[in-house]
Design a protein. Structure first.
Lengths: 239, 191
């Protein structure tokens, strides 16, 4: 394993957890196509991992096993549904291609810039603005969601994310108070704005936002037809 | 159904967990449930110290177990203990959450946290591996403040900015501290 000393420090700080959000995201993207860097990060994780083992246990609030099992089942292709898994497989393939491409770091840097710029722009604009970057992980393409609670408006747009051919991305709002996921509509390549006046502000703020791959006109039965490919939560960007 | 703190601390043992992970890799749901029962308090201990606010800790715990289910086949017993492998997954979920693209929050550092109380589990001695003993020995050779900085970062997800505030030093100094401390740890562990 040979990495430059500064990369080994970056790997060490990645494992320790002290990289800035931008540095962490950049390193997450680089490790996908730099095996030596990936090995350096793993080596540091292994050096420090005994500390995690030594941490005293804390009983989790409530039993999460059922919820975890439900999430695992949701991530598996449903046996009876009309083969939404084809779309997911296609998307995974396109993700793999995307990862294999040499654009990971530059796209990610642009993505981060977008998020930061959006935050700077909205900071003066309204104290009740929120942004979410929906991602599978820090190295994947993303969907950006911004919410203006005063205007009751939600804007969504893809950032370096493209639905598989013949498919569309559909946005969902998920919250325990709502029961089943509610559709916020098909996203489209240019993104769109939609009203969220039907939802209580507290629900909008606390909800999980998820994107699934659907037929071009959206889910046929009003329910997600496959597992989410992007998820995220809103972060306040107001002062 | 109950899995008390003490029970989860040392139950199972490495070989038991290795076997469970192997069965989980083969999609054995009963083994997964058993794995959760034996390790959830340990992993929650890791994520909850980093994500102390709201439900984020529980969310990260769930995500970590989904990932453990997906990745169980990647676990290599030659490279470390099963608990260390799972804890690293859980910790990375928690770090991804606190280091989401947004300004680092100084409030993330709990008030009044005493570095002296860094959470080394006194009851975990029976599962203290040689690796932990070596790491603790090497950590013990760092200056007090630098050791505290490393432990605050590791256990509580403290950012450079939070450490700078806590120790009253500029961020570049903290970065230098961390680099020196980590290099010292690496060399000490290799010797």
């Amino acid at each position: 394993m040979t990495v430059a000393p500064e990369d080994d420090f970056a790997a060490a700080e990645f494992a320790l957890g002290t990289l800035s959000p931008g540095e962490r995201a950049t390193l997450s993207a680089r490790r996908l196509r730099e095996p030596d860097l990936d090995a350096a990060i793993r080596a540091w994780e292994e050096r420090l991992a005994p500390l995690a083992e030594a941490a005293p246990p804390i009983e989790p609030p409530g039993d999460h096993l059922a919820a975890i099992e439900a999430r695992i089942r949701a991530a598996l292709p449903p046996a009876t549904a009309p083969s939404p898994d084809a779309a997911v497989v296609a998307l995974r393939r396109s993700m793999t291609r995307w990862k294999a491409g040499a654009i990971a770091a530059s796209v990610l840097a642009a993505l981060l810039a977008v998020g930061l710029v959006a935050r700077e722009m909205t900071r003066q604009a309204s104290p009740r603005e929120y942004v979410a970057i929906l991602q599978k992980d820090a190295a994947s393409p993303a969907i950006e969601v911004t919410v203006d609670l005063d205007k009751r408006e939600l804007r969504v747009r893809p950032v370096a994310a493209q639905a598989p051919p013949g498919k569309a991305y559909e946005l969902w709002i998920i919250d325990a108070k709502l029961g089943a996921p509610r559709s916020l509509g098909v996203i489209g390549a240019e993104g769109r704005s939609t009203s969220i006046s039907a939802y209580e502000p507290a629900v909008v703020e606390g909800a999980t936002y998820a994107v699934t791959v659907e037929p071009p006109s959206g889910s046929p039965d009003g329910r997600p037809s496959g597992p989410p490919v992007f998820v995220g939560k809103l972060i306040p960007v107001g002062p | 159904m109950s899995n008390g703190g003490e029970a989860t601390g040392g139950e199972g043992g490495d070989s038991g967990l290795v076997d469970l992970l192997r069965r989980v890799a083969a999609r054995d749901e009963a083994a997964f449930a058993a794995l959760y029962r034996q390790t959830s308090a340990k992993l929650y201990g890791v994520v909850a110290r980093i994500l102390s606010k709201g439900d984020a800790g529980a969310e990260a715990l769930q995500e970590a177990y989904v990932r453990i289910w997906e990745k169980a086949g990647d676990f290599d017993p030659a490279k470390g203990s099963p608990l260390a492998w799972m804890a690293t997954i859980a910790r990375n979920r928690a770090l991804d959450e606190v280091r989401r693209v947004r300004p680092a929050s100084l409030e993330d550092m709990p008030e009044g946290f005493e570095p002296a109380a860094s959470p080394i589990d006194p009851l975990a001695s029976r599962e203290r591996s040689e690796a932990l003993a070596a790491l603790l020995d090497c950590l013990g050779r760092l200056d007090d403040e630098k050791r505290s900085a490393v432990l605050l970062a590791y256990y509580h997800g403290a950012s450079r900015e939070a450490l700078a505030k806590r120790f009253g030093r500029p961020v570049p100094t903290i970065k230098t501290w961390l680099h020196r401390s980590l290099a010292q740890l690496r060399d000490c562990l290799a010797s």
